[in-house]
Design a protein around this ligand. Structure first.
Ligand code: SUD
Ligand code: ADP
Length: 291
Protein backbone atom coordinates (compact mmCIF):
# COMPACT_ATOMS: atom_id res chain seq x y z
CA UNK A 1 0.00 0.00 0.00
CA UNK A 2 1.11 3.58 -0.66
CA UNK A 3 0.33 6.56 1.56
CA UNK A 4 0.88 10.24 0.71
CA UNK A 5 0.86 12.89 3.41
CA UNK A 6 1.24 16.63 3.57
CA UNK A 7 3.97 17.92 5.89
CA UNK A 8 3.19 21.63 6.44
CA UNK A 9 5.65 24.24 7.67
CA UNK A 10 5.14 26.20 10.88
CA UNK A 11 5.82 29.77 11.86
CA UNK A 12 6.28 31.11 15.39
CA UNK A 13 3.93 34.01 16.14
CA UNK A 14 5.68 34.44 19.50
CA UNK A 15 8.82 32.86 20.95
CA UNK A 16 10.13 33.44 24.46
CA UNK A 17 13.10 31.74 26.12
CA UNK A 18 12.37 31.43 29.86
CA UNK A 19 15.67 29.92 31.08
CA UNK A 20 18.35 27.36 30.33
CA UNK A 21 17.60 23.95 31.83
CA UNK A 22 19.90 21.45 33.51
CA UNK A 23 19.63 19.13 30.47
CA UNK A 24 21.12 21.88 28.25
CA UNK A 25 17.86 22.68 26.46
CA UNK A 26 16.08 26.00 26.88
CA UNK A 27 12.64 26.27 28.46
CA UNK A 28 10.42 27.90 25.85
CA UNK A 29 7.00 29.50 25.63
CA UNK A 30 5.80 30.10 22.09
CA UNK A 31 2.78 30.29 19.84
CA UNK A 32 3.11 28.15 16.73
CA UNK A 33 0.83 27.82 13.72
CA UNK A 34 0.83 25.84 10.46
CA UNK A 35 0.96 27.52 7.06
CA UNK A 36 0.08 26.34 3.57
CA UNK A 37 3.64 25.59 2.48
CA UNK A 38 4.17 21.86 2.64
CA UNK A 39 6.46 19.00 1.70
CA UNK A 40 4.79 15.81 0.50
CA UNK A 41 5.82 12.47 1.92
CA UNK A 42 5.12 9.28 -0.05
CA UNK A 43 5.43 6.05 1.93
CA UNK A 44 5.62 2.73 0.04
CA UNK A 45 5.84 -0.54 1.88
CA UNK A 46 8.74 -2.80 0.90
CA UNK A 47 10.63 -5.75 2.29
CA UNK A 48 13.36 -5.21 4.87
CA UNK A 49 14.92 -1.83 5.46
CA UNK A 50 14.25 1.87 4.95
CA UNK A 51 14.77 3.54 1.57
CA UNK A 52 15.03 7.31 1.16
CA UNK A 53 14.67 9.64 -1.80
CA UNK A 54 14.23 13.40 -1.98
CA UNK A 55 13.63 15.97 -4.69
CA UNK A 56 16.05 18.29 -2.83
CA UNK A 57 19.81 17.90 -2.63
CA UNK A 58 19.89 19.95 0.59
CA UNK A 59 18.57 17.25 2.91
CA UNK A 60 20.74 14.48 4.36
CA UNK A 61 20.28 11.14 2.55
CA UNK A 62 21.22 8.86 5.43
CA UNK A 63 20.18 8.19 9.01
CA UNK A 64 20.56 11.91 9.82
CA UNK A 65 17.38 12.56 7.85
CA UNK A 66 14.54 13.16 10.29
CA UNK A 67 11.99 11.22 8.19
CA UNK A 68 14.40 8.28 8.05
CA UNK A 69 14.94 8.55 11.80
CA UNK A 70 11.18 8.56 12.40
CA UNK A 71 10.82 5.30 10.43
CA UNK A 72 13.82 3.73 12.18
CA UNK A 73 12.39 4.68 15.59
CA UNK A 74 8.98 3.11 14.81
CA UNK A 75 10.57 -0.04 13.37
CA UNK A 76 12.76 -0.53 16.43
CA UNK A 77 10.20 0.41 19.09
CA UNK A 78 7.48 -1.88 17.67
CA UNK A 79 9.79 -4.54 16.26
CA UNK A 80 8.42 -4.14 12.72
CA UNK A 81 10.05 -6.51 10.22
CA UNK A 82 8.59 -4.82 7.12
CA UNK A 83 10.43 -1.95 5.43
CA UNK A 84 9.36 1.31 3.82
CA UNK A 85 10.54 3.56 1.02
CA UNK A 86 10.20 7.27 1.86
CA UNK A 87 10.07 9.87 -0.89
CA UNK A 88 10.28 13.51 0.23
CA UNK A 89 8.95 16.08 -2.24
CA UNK A 90 10.70 19.09 -0.72
CA UNK A 91 8.98 22.48 -0.90
CA UNK A 92 9.89 23.91 2.53
CA UNK A 93 13.32 25.58 2.54
CA UNK A 94 15.88 23.66 4.64
CA UNK A 95 17.34 25.02 7.92
CA UNK A 96 14.97 27.97 7.62
CA UNK A 97 13.18 28.13 10.98
CA UNK A 98 10.08 26.60 9.36
CA UNK A 99 10.41 23.08 10.85
CA UNK A 100 10.60 21.34 7.46
CA UNK A 101 12.58 18.38 8.77
CA UNK A 102 10.41 18.10 11.89
CA UNK A 103 7.25 18.13 9.78
CA UNK A 104 8.65 15.40 7.49
CA UNK A 105 9.34 13.32 10.62
CA UNK A 106 5.85 13.98 11.99
CA UNK A 107 4.20 13.02 8.69
CA UNK A 108 6.28 9.82 8.57
CA UNK A 109 5.16 8.92 12.11
CA UNK A 110 1.50 9.57 11.23
CA UNK A 111 1.81 7.66 7.96
CA UNK A 112 3.54 4.60 9.40
CA UNK A 113 0.96 4.45 12.20
CA UNK A 114 -1.60 3.91 9.43
CA UNK A 115 0.52 1.80 7.08
CA UNK A 116 1.48 -0.66 9.80
CA UNK A 117 -1.83 -0.38 11.69
CA UNK A 118 -0.16 0.42 15.01
CA UNK A 119 -3.18 2.14 16.53
CA UNK A 120 -1.09 4.81 18.27
CA UNK A 121 -2.87 7.88 19.63
CA UNK A 122 -1.83 11.42 18.67
CA UNK A 123 -0.32 11.77 22.19
CA UNK A 124 1.77 8.62 21.69
CA UNK A 125 2.94 9.81 18.26
CA UNK A 126 3.85 13.22 19.74
CA UNK A 127 5.80 11.44 22.52
CA UNK A 128 7.79 9.48 19.93
CA UNK A 129 8.26 12.72 17.99
CA UNK A 130 9.94 14.45 20.93
CA UNK A 131 12.70 11.81 20.76
CA UNK A 132 13.47 13.15 17.24
CA UNK A 133 13.30 16.91 17.82
CA UNK A 134 11.65 19.65 19.87
CA UNK A 135 9.33 20.80 17.05
CA UNK A 136 8.07 17.33 16.10
CA UNK A 137 5.26 17.06 18.73
CA UNK A 138 3.68 20.27 17.42
CA UNK A 139 4.07 19.07 13.83
CA UNK A 140 2.30 15.77 14.69
CA UNK A 141 -0.78 17.75 15.76
CA UNK A 142 -0.59 20.85 13.54
CA UNK A 143 -3.05 23.70 13.97
CA UNK A 144 -2.27 26.56 16.33
CA UNK A 145 -0.97 26.05 19.86
CA UNK A 146 1.04 27.40 22.75
CA UNK A 147 4.11 25.20 23.06
CA UNK A 148 5.95 25.08 26.38
CA UNK A 149 8.86 23.07 27.77
CA UNK A 150 11.06 22.10 24.82
CA UNK A 151 7.94 22.43 22.68
CA UNK A 152 6.10 19.27 23.79
CA UNK A 153 3.55 20.78 26.22
CA UNK A 154 0.87 21.88 23.79
CA UNK A 155 -2.25 23.95 24.50
CA UNK A 156 -4.49 24.36 21.44
CA UNK A 157 -5.49 27.88 20.39
CA UNK A 158 -7.99 29.15 17.83
CA UNK A 159 -6.49 29.65 14.34
CA UNK A 160 -5.31 33.13 13.34
CA UNK A 161 -7.71 35.18 11.21
CA UNK A 162 -7.48 34.24 7.51
CA UNK A 163 -4.57 36.08 5.89
CA UNK A 164 -1.55 35.68 3.65
CA UNK A 165 1.92 34.86 4.91
CA UNK A 166 4.75 36.29 2.81
CA UNK A 167 7.99 34.39 3.48
CA UNK A 168 11.50 35.49 2.58
CA UNK A 169 14.34 33.04 3.16
CA UNK A 170 17.90 34.39 2.84
CA UNK A 171 20.29 32.08 0.96
CA UNK A 172 22.10 30.89 4.12
CA UNK A 173 20.69 28.51 6.74
CA UNK A 174 20.96 28.93 10.50
CA UNK A 175 22.00 26.36 13.11
CA UNK A 176 19.34 26.22 15.84
CA UNK A 177 21.92 24.92 18.34
CA UNK A 178 24.27 27.86 17.64
CA UNK A 179 21.48 30.41 18.02
CA UNK A 180 20.45 28.98 21.42
CA UNK A 181 24.11 28.87 22.46
CA UNK A 182 24.58 32.55 21.69
CA UNK A 183 21.32 33.62 23.35
CA UNK A 184 21.73 36.09 26.27
CA UNK A 185 18.59 37.11 28.15
CA UNK A 186 20.06 40.53 29.01
CA UNK A 187 20.33 41.43 25.30
CA UNK A 188 16.61 41.02 24.67
CA UNK A 189 14.84 44.31 24.05
CA UNK A 190 11.22 43.23 24.08
CA UNK A 191 9.47 40.02 25.04
CA UNK A 192 6.21 38.46 23.86
CA UNK A 193 2.99 39.25 25.72
CA UNK A 194 1.39 35.83 25.52
CA UNK A 195 -1.93 36.88 27.07
CA UNK A 196 -2.36 39.62 24.48
CA UNK A 197 -1.55 37.27 21.58
CA UNK A 198 -4.08 34.77 22.95
CA UNK A 199 -6.68 37.53 23.17
CA UNK A 200 -6.00 38.66 19.59
CA UNK A 201 -6.40 35.06 18.36
CA UNK A 202 -9.62 34.59 20.35
CA UNK A 203 -11.07 37.80 18.87
CA UNK A 204 -9.78 37.06 15.35
CA UNK A 205 -8.17 40.49 15.56
CA UNK A 206 -5.72 40.68 12.62
CA UNK A 207 -4.13 43.98 13.73
CA UNK A 208 -3.77 42.63 17.27
CA UNK A 209 -1.97 39.50 16.00
CA UNK A 210 0.38 41.69 13.94
CA UNK A 211 1.07 43.95 16.92
CA UNK A 212 1.88 41.06 19.26
CA UNK A 213 4.35 39.24 16.97
CA UNK A 214 7.57 38.84 19.00
CA UNK A 215 10.58 36.51 19.00
CA UNK A 216 13.46 36.88 21.48
CA UNK A 217 15.79 34.84 19.22
CA UNK A 218 15.88 37.85 16.88
CA UNK A 219 18.32 39.32 19.42
CA UNK A 220 20.83 36.69 18.24
CA UNK A 221 20.11 36.07 14.55
CA UNK A 222 19.49 39.71 13.53
CA UNK A 223 22.83 40.65 15.13
CA UNK A 224 24.77 37.80 13.52
CA UNK A 225 23.15 38.12 10.10
CA UNK A 226 22.49 41.78 9.17
CA UNK A 227 20.84 40.46 5.98
CA UNK A 228 17.96 39.13 8.06
CA UNK A 229 17.49 42.53 9.72
CA UNK A 230 17.63 44.16 6.29
CA UNK A 231 14.93 41.81 4.96
CA UNK A 232 12.73 42.62 7.94
CA UNK A 233 13.14 46.34 7.34
CA UNK A 234 12.47 45.90 3.62
CA UNK A 235 9.21 44.07 4.31
CA UNK A 236 8.12 46.78 6.76
CA UNK A 237 8.97 49.47 4.20
CA UNK A 238 6.39 47.87 1.85
CA UNK A 239 3.75 48.58 4.49
CA UNK A 240 3.40 45.02 5.83
CA UNK A 241 1.64 45.43 9.20
CA UNK A 242 3.24 42.46 11.00
CA UNK A 243 6.80 41.23 10.33
CA UNK A 244 8.82 38.71 12.33
CA UNK A 245 11.62 36.15 12.06
CA UNK A 246 10.36 32.56 12.45
CA UNK A 247 12.00 30.29 15.06
CA UNK A 248 15.78 30.55 15.13
CA UNK A 249 15.63 32.00 11.61
CA UNK A 250 16.65 33.05 9.10
CA UNK A 251 13.22 33.15 7.38
CA UNK A 252 11.32 36.40 7.84
CA UNK A 253 7.54 36.39 7.46
CA UNK A 254 5.00 39.14 6.99
CA UNK A 255 1.25 38.96 7.49
CA UNK A 256 -1.09 40.73 5.08
CA UNK A 257 -4.85 40.49 4.63
CA UNK A 258 -5.29 41.00 0.88
CA UNK A 259 -3.93 38.78 -1.89
CA UNK A 260 -3.06 41.72 -4.17
CA UNK A 261 -0.94 43.21 -1.37
CA UNK A 262 0.78 39.84 -0.83
CA UNK A 263 1.62 39.69 -4.57
CA UNK A 264 2.97 43.24 -4.51
CA UNK A 265 5.21 42.49 -1.52
CA UNK A 266 6.48 39.27 -3.16
CA UNK A 267 7.36 41.18 -6.34
CA UNK A 268 9.08 43.91 -4.34
CA UNK A 269 11.18 41.40 -2.39
CA UNK A 270 12.26 39.34 -5.40
CA UNK A 271 15.19 41.69 -6.16
CA UNK A 272 16.55 41.23 -2.62
CA UNK A 273 15.92 37.57 -1.97
CA UNK A 274 15.58 34.53 -4.26
CA UNK A 275 13.33 32.41 -2.09
CA UNK A 276 10.12 34.38 -1.62
CA UNK A 277 6.66 32.85 -1.22
CA UNK A 278 3.12 33.97 -0.47
CA UNK A 279 1.03 31.23 1.13
CA UNK A 280 -2.20 31.10 3.07
CA UNK A 281 -2.25 30.92 6.84
CA UNK A 282 -3.74 27.52 7.78
CA UNK A 283 -3.76 27.50 11.57
CA UNK A 284 -6.46 24.84 11.81
CA UNK A 285 -6.07 21.09 11.81
CA UNK A 286 -6.60 20.85 8.04
CA UNK A 287 -3.76 20.39 5.64
CA UNK A 288 -1.97 17.36 7.07
CA UNK A 289 -3.60 14.64 4.96
CA UNK A 290 -3.91 14.18 1.22
CA UNK A 291 -6.82 11.76 1.46
C1 SUD B 1 13.68 27.25 17.68
C2 SUD B 1 12.54 26.39 17.22
C3 SUD B 1 11.22 27.09 17.58
O1 SUD B 1 10.11 26.50 16.94
O2 SUD B 1 12.46 26.16 15.84
P1 SUD B 1 13.41 26.19 14.53
O3 SUD B 1 14.06 27.49 14.39
O4 SUD B 1 14.42 25.09 14.67
O5 SUD B 1 12.46 25.90 13.39
C4 SUD B 1 12.56 25.00 17.94
O6 SUD B 1 12.41 25.13 19.32
C5 SUD B 1 13.76 24.18 17.65
O7 SUD B 1 13.32 22.88 17.47
P2 SUD B 1 14.20 21.77 16.69
O8 SUD B 1 14.72 22.34 15.39
O9 SUD B 1 13.35 20.53 16.61
O10 SUD B 1 15.39 21.62 17.65
P3 SUD B 1 16.14 20.32 18.24
O11 SUD B 1 16.61 19.50 17.08
O12 SUD B 1 15.34 19.68 19.30
O13 SUD B 1 17.38 21.02 18.95
C6 SUD B 1 18.50 21.49 18.25
C7 SUD B 1 19.41 22.13 19.28
O14 SUD B 1 18.88 23.43 19.65
C8 SUD B 1 19.04 23.66 21.03
N1 SUD B 1 17.72 23.79 21.67
C9 SUD B 1 16.59 23.40 21.02
C10 SUD B 1 15.35 23.55 21.61
C11 SUD B 1 15.29 24.08 22.91
N2 SUD B 1 14.14 24.24 23.54
N3 SUD B 1 16.42 24.46 23.54
C12 SUD B 1 17.64 24.35 22.94
O15 SUD B 1 18.65 24.70 23.53
C13 SUD B 1 19.82 22.47 21.59
O16 SUD B 1 21.19 22.82 21.55
C14 SUD B 1 19.54 21.37 20.56
O17 SUD B 1 20.60 20.44 20.51
N1 ADP C 1 13.74 15.73 6.04
C1 ADP C 1 14.51 16.79 6.29
N2 ADP C 1 14.22 17.98 5.74
C2 ADP C 1 14.98 19.07 6.04
N3 ADP C 1 16.05 19.06 6.84
C3 ADP C 1 16.39 17.91 7.43
C4 ADP C 1 15.63 16.74 7.18
N4 ADP C 1 16.17 15.76 7.91
C5 ADP C 1 17.21 16.30 8.58
N5 ADP C 1 17.37 17.58 8.29
C6 ADP C 1 18.41 18.47 8.87
O1 ADP C 1 17.75 19.21 9.91
C7 ADP C 1 18.31 20.52 10.04
C8 ADP C 1 17.18 21.53 10.29
O2 ADP C 1 16.40 21.58 9.15
P1 ADP C 1 14.89 22.09 9.09
O3 ADP C 1 14.00 21.20 9.84
O4 ADP C 1 14.59 22.28 7.64
O5 ADP C 1 15.01 23.52 9.72
P2 ADP C 1 14.60 24.23 11.07
O6 ADP C 1 14.91 23.32 12.22
O7 ADP C 1 15.41 25.47 11.05
O8 ADP C 1 13.16 24.55 10.98
C9 ADP C 1 19.10 20.77 8.76
O9 ADP C 1 20.42 20.96 9.13
C10 ADP C 1 18.95 19.53 7.91
O10 ADP C 1 20.16 19.10 7.37
Amino acid sequence: MDISLKAPAKINLTLDVLHKRDDGYHELEMVMTTIDLADRIDLTERAGGIGLESTSGFVPFDDRNLAYRAAALIKKRFDIKKGVHIKIHKKIPVAAGLAGGSSDAAATLRGLNRLWELGLSVEELAGLGLELGSDVPFCVRGGTAIARGRGEQLTPLPPPPPCWVVLAKPSHGVSTAEVFNAFRADRVQSRPRLDRMEEALEKKDFSGVCEELSNVLESVTLEQYPRVRHLKEKMKSFGVPGVLMSGSGPTVFGLVERDNVARRVVNGLRGFCRQVYAVRMLGGLEGTSLD
